[in-house]
Design a protein around this ligand. Structure first.
Ligand SMILES: NC(=O)C1=CN([C@@H]2O[C@H](COP(=O)(O)OP(=O)(O)OC[C@H]3O[C@@H](n4cnc5c(N)ncnc54)[C@H](O)[C@@H]3O)[C@@H](O)[C@H]2O)[C@@H](O)CC1
Ligand SMILES: Nc1ncnc2c1ncn2[C@@H]1O[C@H](COP(=O)(O)OP(=O)(O)O)[C@@H](O)[C@H]1O
Ligand SMILES: [Mg+2]
Length: 283
């Protein structure tokens, strides 16, 4: 098993070329946030912007527009009841799930996303999207996406894979992943979140995060990771290394903040990301 560590992150987070613009750093679309969970998609969006996504658009329930605009003017907003297909076609990276809920609208949105995501796009499924997929795994088998990332915590993985948390060993996890995609996992990455998050790559390799702490056990921490992964895939390319570096930076930010703080708020991680990325890219 390989370690996800600072060296790996330093290879990914490189200085930006002077001759570049927002179009070079990813068009990221974040879909989620029902009337109850606007905070989840806001935290994902904040993480994406602070982690360097070139253009961030949030498709959400209109009830969340004012709060999102007030907190994060860098992100555009879009009513998730309207034409998602058009916005999906304009995006490089799509994150679906934080705060989406499990209602009828959530089903409609998930099915539209699965239908319209194309081979030149990356799709990340998190949170509610994973719980919906556990009820209808066929949606995963028919995906046309170029790259598929699943980011379950252990309970979500239990629902999706059928493996109890105590039995979530590497071999069982790999077999379940293969089953979910009918053996077609050559473009699939599983990020299984826990105290020491594991990443199961399409190469067959397994990576273990070396960072992270219990101060990070706060609601919204996974939404924040999902936003960071989206931003990294958008700016550093649709690659395994972008996902690994995102996992490390999220937890490393948590560790740096934990040194002087009993707990770490997800939004503090986002606010810290630009400084962490600068440090990793320069010295
Ligand atoms: N402020 C907000 O709006 C927030 C909304 N959220 C949304 O709430 C919805 C439900 O997601 P939840 O994850 O809360 O609910 P779940 O029911 O999927 O999972 C939470 C429960 O799983 C158990 N669990 C076991 N192992 C775990 C592990 N390693 N990590 C985390 N939990 C573990 C815990 O008992 C925990 O209470 C999602 O749509 C999510 O995006 C959450 O992201 C929290 C913040
Ligand atoms: N004790 C811990 N040690 C290390 N990392 C943790 C710990 N508790 C939570 N985390 C991290 O916080 C995130 C929690 O994700 P998740 O449960 O999806 O949060 P939410 O859905 O509330 O946003 C994961 O990245 C997980 O690795
Ligand atoms: Mg979560």
């Amino acid at each position: 098993m390989k370690s996800i560590d600072e060296d790996l992150a330093r290879q990914v987070v490189r200085p930006r070329p002077a001759e570049s613009h927002k179009g070079n750093y990813g068009r990221v679309l974040l879909i989620g946030g029902n009337h109850q969970y606007g905070g989840a998609i806001s935290m994902a969006a904040e993480a994406a912007v602070y982690s360097g996504a070139g253009l961030t658009t949030v498709a959400t329930d209109p009830v969340n527009f004012a709060a999102l605009h007030a907190r994060l003017p860098e992100a555009a907003v879009l009513d998730y009841n309207l034409d998602l297909a058009k916005q999906i076609s304009r995006s490089n990276v799509i994150l679906c799930g934080p705060g989406l809920g499990l209602g009828e609208k959530a089903w409609e949105i998930l099915e539209a996303v699965c239908q319209h995501v194309g081979s030149d796009q990356t799709i990340i499924f998190d949170a509610s999207a994973l719980d919906l997929l556990s009820q209808k795994p066929d949606l995963l088998r028919n995906l046309q996406a170029g790259l598929v990332i699943l980011t379950p915590h252990q309970m979500e993985w239990q629902r999706l894979s059928g493996i109890k948390i105590a039995d979530q060993e590497d071999q069982a996890n790999q077999e379940a992943l293969s089953r979910l995609f009918s053996g077609k996992t050559k473009n699939v990455i599983l990020v299984l979140k826990a105290h020491r998050t594991r990443v199961y790559a399409f190469t067959g390799e397994i990576y273990r995060n070396s960072a992270g702490n219990p101060g990070m056990a706060t609601g919204g921490m996974g939404d924040t990771l999902a936003g960071i992964i989206a931003a990294f895939l958008g700016q550093f390319g649709p690659k395994l290394t972008s996902v690994l570096a995102a996992v490390y930076c999220h937890s490393r930010a948590g560790d740096d903040l934990y040194q002087s703080s009993y707990l770490v708020r997800p939004t503090q991680i986002s606010a810290y990301m630009p400084r962490l990325m600068k440090r990793l890219s320069t010295c």
